[in-house]
Ligand binder design. Structure first.
Ligand SMILES: NC(=O)c1ccc[n+]([C@@H]2O[C@H](COP(=O)([O-])OP(=O)(O)OC[C@H]3O[C@@H](n4cnc5c(N)ncnc54)[C@H](OP(=O)(O)O)[C@@H]3O)[C@@H](O)[C@H]2O)c1
Ligand SMILES: [Zn+2]
Ligand SMILES: [Zn+2]
Length: 389
């Protein structure tokens, strides 16, 4: 059991981590159903950790005053969706079923509440990993909603409006408070925009925080959905970029995406040549791996930031950090202002994700391929496919 889960077990009332759903989510009772006007949306959900995703219908609230209703056009498939659907993070964020994943959402506004000022019907709009927060705490006031202790994530978090848990973007429609809805630069293609809402901000934010810029040597570990966005951003920010991959067949792509050099991480000679040379490394690996091999590649005071969230804990050798005063940190997604900044940066630099567009009916096959690192480099679900249900 994780440290966080253990603390929660000892004191369930204590509000500790920002990322935990607090308390057992309420069912959609007849009482709530009658009080809150709602409509049915089509979606794909998993019924258990071992079930495939399948077609279903879910309740969405009718837009209230500050809400925007969005017809979802594309939703990216993040590896976090797979972790969550299969309950691989049970110690920290146990999955509540049925689970409708998806937090890389782009679509068109279909309706707005009377207090909405930023959007009108017909606008393109995007939603990422968060749909609400308390807005009053120091983190929210600093625009760092990802650290708010009362954040509501886009799926698998208690739904304040309807009871139950929030349902994500594997759906044809969603309703979100406009504060948590982003504008999309008009020059970008929408299938490739969707993944920016998680893979994009999750890689952009730590690079900005750790000062990735011209003259810095930056490593990116794992060329998947997050990794390929990290390469694009590090290159656009002017850094020297080295990709570490377990897949030799991704070498040419890595260079095309903006890497200056590619190292096949299973080759220890190639790894040794890079020792002690990096200012910053972003680790975007989804599975168990030896992080010490990368810590050793940092120069004095270098930092390695984990964005990957493997199921099992990683073992860290103390001396790798001690020698060279190196640091290891983590980073979750990014706040609302920085997410909009990232989208605008993408507009200016013409950056989108490299996507393989799939109909929702292929989502289970896509999950299997994700586990084999067989995607170049993000699946983007075309939600028009859901209309055929
Ligand atoms: N911090 C956050 O807020 C945040 C946000 C989103 C996602 N995540 C997490 O970030 C991780 C990556 O997500 P993603 O969507 O980018 O996943 P992904 O597309 O599946 O990419 C993961 C990459 O990791 C590498 N990899 C996979 N298995 C490996 C192994 N056994 N050993 C070494 N390398 C391996 C592969 O790259 P190569 O083929 O190049 O080796 C693979 O393409 C997931 O754990 C996800 O949950 C965290
Ligand atoms: Zn994600
Ligand atoms: Zn807050």
């Amino acid at each position: 059991m994780s440290h966080l889960a253990e603390r929660r077990r000892q004191n369930p009332a204590q509000t500790i981590p920002a990322i935990l759903p607090r308390g057992a989510p309420k069912e959609h009772t007849d009482e709530t159903m009658h009080k809150i006007p709602m409509y049915k949306a089509n979606a794909y959900s998993a019924a258990s950790a071992t079930s495939s995703l399948a077609a279903t219908t879910i309740a969405r609230r009718d837009p209230t005053e500050p809400d925007v209703q969005i017809e979802i056009l594309f939703c990216g498939i993040c590896h976090s969706d797979l972790h969550q659907v299969r309950n691989e993070w049970s110690g920290v964020m146990p999955t509540v079923y049925p689970c409708v994943p998806g937090h890389e959402i782009v679509g068109r506004v279909t309706k707005v509440g009377s207090a909405v000022t930023k959007f009108k019907p017909g606008d393109v709009a995007a939603v990422g990993c968060m749909v609400d927060s308390d807005r009053t705490c120091a983190e929210c006031q600093a625009g760092l909603e990802q650290f708010c202790r009362n954040v509501t994530l886009t799926y698998n978090f208690p739904d304040k409006h309807l009871g139950g848990v929030t349902y994500g973007g594997y759906s044809d429609s969603i309703v979100v408070d406009e504060r948590f809805v982003m504008h999309v630069p008009s020059n970008l293609h929408l299938a490739g925009v969707a993944p920016l809402l998680c893979a994009g901000i999750t890689t952009y934010s730590p690079m900005r925080h750790w000062g990735v810029t011209k003259g810095k040597k930056v490593g990116v570990v794992g060329l998947g959905g997050l990794g390929h966005m990290a390469v694009k951003f590090a290159h656009a920010l002017g850094a020297q970029v080295v990709v570490f991959t377990t897949s030799p067949n991704k070498k040419d792509d890595a260079i095309r995406l903006g890497a200056d050099e590619v190292v096949v991480s299973r080759n220890s000679n190639e790894m040794k040549k890079q020792a002690g040379s990096f200012d910053f490394i972003l680790d975007a690996v989804s599975a168990d791996h030896d992080i010490n091999a990368y810590i050793d590649l940092l120069r004095r005071d270098g930092n390695i930031t984990l964005v990957g969230a493997p199921e099992k804990p990683l073992a860290v050798a103390a001396f790798g950090l001690l020698f060279g005063r190196r640091s290891l940190s983590g980073s979750p997604i990014g706040g609302l202002p920085e997410t909009q900044e990232m989208l605008d940066f993408c507009g200016t630099h013409n950056i989108t994700a490299d996507v393989e567009v799939i109909p929702i009916q292929k989502v289970n096959e896509a999950y299997d391929r994700l586990l084999k690192s067989d995607v170049k480099y993000r699946f983007s679900i075309d939600l028009a496919s859901l209309k055929s249900h």
